[in-house]
Every structure is written in structure tokens, then in C-alpha cells.
Design a protein around this ligand. Sequence first.
Ligand code: ADP
Ligand code: MG
Length: 156
Amino acid sequence: MQALESWGMATRNLRTAAPAETESLGAELASLLDDGDVVLVRGELGAGKTTFVRGAARALGVDDPVTSPTFAIGNRYRGGRFTVSHLDLFRLAGLGREDPGLLADYVGPGRIAFVEWAPEGEPELDSPRLVVTLAHGGGDARIVEIDEPPGAEAER
Ligand code: ADP
Ligand code: MG
């Protein structure tokens, strides 16, 4: 696994060979995050989205086990400096129009939010700090692309 030290470009493509490496990558990425940041995590089922979030949450001081949200759209964990939100919006479509306040508990000041299956057109999610895209690379290999949308740094 390549280190993230030499960041500075808008996009990084990395490869992990085991779940622990994907967690480590999440942990490294976590050090770039700050109050209120949203990270979109994309990729098909089993690509490693939740694994990645688990590593990031751990690095942000979350001690509780990080598992896929099942009964709610998301889980919130007490981290070191921030609340860490982990949302999985797979079952939702156009949630904003149905309940505009649905994301308010998870995204905003004092929180860092990781969002799997983010739908388009949600104002709270439309200027992510980073977009992480995971893909199967054969066996236990995963391709991890990390994009910093233009302006994401400057807007903070
Ligand atoms: P998603 O949230 O994208 O559906 P999960 O993180 O829940 O995916 O599951 C990924 C599955 O793939 C886990 O069972 C994990 O152990 C396995 N896996 C195998 N290799 C890797 C890897 N390199 N990175 C992440 N997960 C991996
Ligand atoms: Mg998941």
C-alpha cells in the first residue's frame, strides 16, 4: 500500500490487499479531516466501504465497534474531538423531500460524516471534503480512489 504522505494532487489511486490495509488507509485519510467534513464513500456491495469507514472512525477516536447501520439511516459514535457519523443511504431515494431534517442529526458542526450510497441532490451532501471510491480488484484486492473535489479545501 502506498502512503498518503505525498498528497497534493486532486486524485489518488491506491491498492489494498487485505481488509486491514483498507482500514489503515481510512485511518490515514482521517488525519486530513476537520469539523463538519463530509466524506462520500462509493462502490458496490462488499467493496469495502464500511471497512474503510471503520478504520477512519478508529483513528478519529471511536472505541465502539463500527458496523453497518441497520435500523436507522446512520450510526453516530463518540470520537475524540468530534462525533463520527456513519450513514448508509442504500435504501433511501429522494429522502430530502420527504424529510428535510433527516440528515441534520448526522451532518454539521461538531461532526465528521461518512456516507455510503449518498443520493444526488442532497444539499448537506453536495460539497463533500473527499470522495472515496472502492472497487474489487480480484480476490482480496481493492482499488481505492480518493478524490478531493475542486474547492473542497478552500470552502472550509
Ligand atoms: P461495503 O460496505 O462496501 O458493502 P464491507 O466493508 O461491509 O463492504 O465488506 C467488505 C468485505 O470484503 C468484508 O467482508 C472484508 O473482510 C472483505 N475484504 C476482503 N479484502 C478486502 C480489502 N482489501 N479491503 C476491504 N475489505 C476487504
Ligand atoms: Mg457498507
